[in-house]
Design a protein around this ligand. Structure first.
Ligand SMILES: NC(=O)c1ccc[n+]([C@@H]2O[C@H](COP(=O)([O-])OP(=O)(O)OC[C@H]3O[C@@H](n4cnc5c(N)ncnc54)[C@H](O)[C@@H]3O)[C@@H](O)[C@H]2O)c1
Length: 441
């Protein structure tokens, strides 16, 4: 099938490359000239494992093309995906739909023959109706259907997630459009992921409800972690103990510095606004966000506590800055409020991240960057593990200790075991775990 994808960010680029890999003819369109120029040469604007190889192979096979011009690709396409950003609107937390509506207007002008317009961007309930209106107003003659097909991929594992999804959600009020969608995803039938056909508004809401639920699990386990610290219990064992219950599930029960990234915070904020617009309140989601906001800055107090309560003129070394491993994405990364809070408390911040330093430089100020963990740790009064990159799992602890001013580690991802760290002479604090072995009374 011929497919046009409007917006070549994480979602548009990964979707385009995967659809091309299935055998479809795909054109990825973007208004960002620099992005299109580098992609056309096979150079990736983002760090995503496996993506350079997938894009390169499909570029060479001629199934994947990058373009700034939307007209030709849309005219030829049977399906046009809208995959532009829907960031938080400045000031009020609503999803900013200006990019989606601009794309809809551009698409409308070029429609020929029956075309399915698929919203892959995460959009509030009813956006599909508005996209339909925009197109209908400017092209009363056009034959088209608007479908919602939200994306659930995780950055860092995006290709696997796209090719082996837990489910595919198709929100469509038009049977012809549903057939086109079934044909597009037919190459996945071998893996037999469930395809859930729903109404368009339901599909739009499924995406937000999914992200809000994931955020809820994280805030929940983070609060339980706080209780564990006070009560002398171990949050990792609590998480395992509850996660083995199939009704709960073990995923997203890792206590840490709070959730961030390009989706969970913004989608939770937008969902709260959607609910208000419909005259209802999502108090659980409101609390989930409030818990998260407080938690992120509280991590700086944890570092201060490990250094006796004060950070003035202390050197604090951070390992990991991106919001999760295997991505260079810094959008709403927990490291950002952490760095600000550490600096507010008078600390000097040094940092290392395997791939995120260039992105970090655009959002963090007065941070000294280093090209490996040991250089970063040199002279540090405390080392803080912020993002659980694989390469931090087996650090040379003796070497670290020898270069640091004080052997203090605050492990916000619980990568290390307290007894192991004590053996290496570290003052160690993790998340939601007793510092000393539990004694039975
Ligand atoms: N990043 C994720 O992990 C993820 C996962 C699931 C869903 N989503 C959702 O998918 C959508 C896209 O997210 P993203 O992270 O890929 O965004 P992004 O910001 O990385 O990319 C968006 C791209 O759209 C381009 N663009 C904007 N307006 C355009 C227009 N009129 N024509 C052509 N291109 C245009 C921008 O230049 C940019 O390259 C969002 O709604 C997001 O919530 C993201």
């Amino acid at each position: 099938m011929r497919v046009a994808i409007i917006g070549t960010g994480y979602v548009g680029l990964v979707s385009g490359a995967c659809f091309a890999d299935f055998g479809h003819e795909v054109t990825c369109v973007d208004t960002d000239a620099a992005k299109i120029a580098t992609l056309s040469k096979g150079v990736m604007p983002i760090h995503e494992p496996g993506l350079p190889e997938l894009v390169g192979a499909n570029l060479r096979a001629g199934r994947l093309v990058f373009s700034m011009d939307l007209a030709g690709p849309v005219r030829n396409a049977e399906a046009v995906f809208i995959a532009v950003g829907t960031p938080s609107r400045r000031g009020d937390g609503h999803a900013d739909l200006s990019y989606v509506y601009a794309a809809a207007r551009d698409i409308a002008a070029e429609l020929t023959g029956f075309t399915v317009i698929v919203t892959k961007s995460t959009v509030p309930v009813g956006t599909g109706d508005e996209v339909e209106q925009i197109i209908r107003r400017s092209r009363p003659d056009a034959e088209f259907a608007v479908v919602s097909n939200p994306e659930f991929l995780r950055q860092g594992a995006a290709i696997r997630d796209f090719k082996h999804p837990d489910r595919i959600v198709v929100g469509s009020n038009d049977p012809r459009a549903s057939e086109v969608m079934a044909e597009l995803y037919r190459p996945l039938y071998l893996n037999a992921p469930p395809i859930l056909y729903t109404g368009r508004r339901t599909a739009e809401l499924i995406k937000y409800a999914a992200n809000a639920f994931l955020a809820t699990k994280i805030s929940f386990i983070n609060e339980i972690a706080e209780l564990c610290e006070k009560a002398g219990a171990d949050v990792q064992e609590v998480a395992r103990g509850i996660g083995l219950d199939n009704r709960i599930g073990s995923k997203f029960l890792h206590a840490g510095p709070g959730f961030g990234g390009s989706c969970l915070p913004k989608d939770a904020r937008a969902l709260i606004k959607i609910a208000h617009d419909h005259g209802t309140a999502l108090r659980v989601v409101e609390t989930v966000l409030a818990v998260n906001d407080v938690r992120q800055r509280a991590m700086a107090r944890k570092v201060a506590a490990a250094l006796g309560g004060h950070l003035r003129d202390k050197n604090v070394a951070l390992l990991g800055l991106t919001f999760k491993p295997n991505t260079d994405d810094m959008r709403e990364a927990p490291s950002i409020p952490l760095v600000t809070a550490l600096q507010d408390m008078g600390a000097r911040v040094r940092a290392y991240d395997p791939v995120g330093i260039e992105q970090a430089k655009q959002v963090l100020t007065n941070v000294a960057y280093f090209s490996d963990p040991y250089a970063c740790a040199e002279g540090a009064d405390a080392l803080v593990i912020v993002t659980e990159w694989e390469e931090f799992r087996a650090l040379d602890l003796a070497r670290l200790r020898s270069v640091m001013a004080r052997p203090v580690m605050v492990d916000l991802r619980n990568i290390y075991r307290p007894d192991e760290m004590a053996r290496h002479g570290f003052v160690y604090d993790g998340i939601g775990r007793p510092g000393m072995p539990e004694t039975s009374s």
